[in-house]
Design a protein around this ligand. Structure first.
Ligand code: IPD
Ligand code: CA
Ligand code: CA
Ligand code: CA
Length: 270
């Protein structure tokens, strides 16, 4: 498998998809809801995912595709070549703000991340990585992350996870927010991951993300030395939803040990 060639294919396809999204602002946007009234999807999310599926099947029909909008394949295993795609990450921002959304793509072979992409469509900034060959911002190499202390860290977290929810130790999260230099919330997991891998945020955590939110980011994280796990410190489960933490390597373990404690779900008694 020629990874360089697949990388060029992926970059061209992502840039072309980005152009289509920018052009879509002059056309009609059809907004629908999915699981609940705030879970939005548009005709453009679907159109862009369909575009990726067509291009990848043209490249190699044996490659499998896992996309948020379900236009790819049903995936039960990570065996073989697999593309994991979020055509628009931050759909709410796309609709409301016309910015602050990303295309993100990961290419995995037998569960191992080979290629990763985080594309800020409106800024035209593409972060890409090839396993073992480093990460790049618009083809310029990205540096490894510099160590820092938790007191100097800026972390990304959604306010919904800070409200007491019975799933995570609330006191410890409050202590974290009081300890760090600042918190941010951007509304696009891929954008928050992009900020962590470029050292503009020092950590981002979530109680629930899907494989397509983070797959591309995982490959890039490895190349800059960012550490990405679930909130138990284990590898993220790419076949289901999971909790997620990506952080500068100097604070990842500190976050897990001192500030993040999941509350195990009680077993229902029979
Ligand atoms: C969402 C965004 C958001 C995160 C949600 C995701 P979508 O993705 O990444 O920041 O908090 O969990 O579902 O639906 O806009 O692709
Ligand atoms: Ca969505
Ligand atoms: Ca997403
Ligand atoms: Ca999406």
């Amino acid at each position: 498998m020629n990874l360089q060639k697949i990388n060029e294919f992926a970059i061209n396809t992502i840039l072309q998809a980005g152009r289509q999204i920018r052009e879509s602002f002059s056309k009609e946007l059809i907004i629908e809801t999915k699981a609940n009234a705030n879970d939005l999807v548009t005709n453009i999310d679907r159109k862009i995912e369909q575009y990726f599926v067509e291009k990848i099947k043209e490249l190699d029909p044996s490659h499998k595709i896992l996309g948020e909008e379900g236009m790819g394949d049903r995936i039960a295993t990570l065996d073989g070549p697999l593309w994991i795609i979020d055509p628009i990450d931050g759909t709410m921002n796309f609709i409301k703000q016309g910015r602050h959304f990303m295309i993100t793509v990961g290419f995995f072979v037998d569960g191992v991340g080979k290629l990763g992409y985080l594309y800020d469509v409106m800024r035209d900034e593409l972060i890409s990585a090839i396993q073992g060959e480093g990460a790049f911002l618009n083809r310029q190499p990205l540096k490894k992350l510099n160590p820092l202390t938790i007191e100097k860290a800026i972390i990304g977290i959604n306010s919904s996870w800070v409200i007491p929810n019975g799933k995570i130790n609330h006191e410890k999260l409050v202590k974290l927010i009081k300890t760090v230099r600042g918190t941010r919330s951007y509304g696009s997991a891929a954008m928050e991951i992009a900020l962590v891998v470029t050292g503009k945020l020092d950590a981002y955590l979530s109680m629930r993300l899907a494989p397509w939110d983070i797959a591309g980011g995982l490959v890039i994280a490895n190349e800059v030395g960012a550490v990405a796990t679930n909130l138990k410190g284990q590898p993220f489960n790419l076949l289901s939803q999971d909790t997620f933490l990506i952080a500068n390597p100097s604070i990842h373990q500190v976050l897990l040990d001192q500030y993040i404690e999941l509350i195990e779900e009680k077993q229902h008694s029979k």
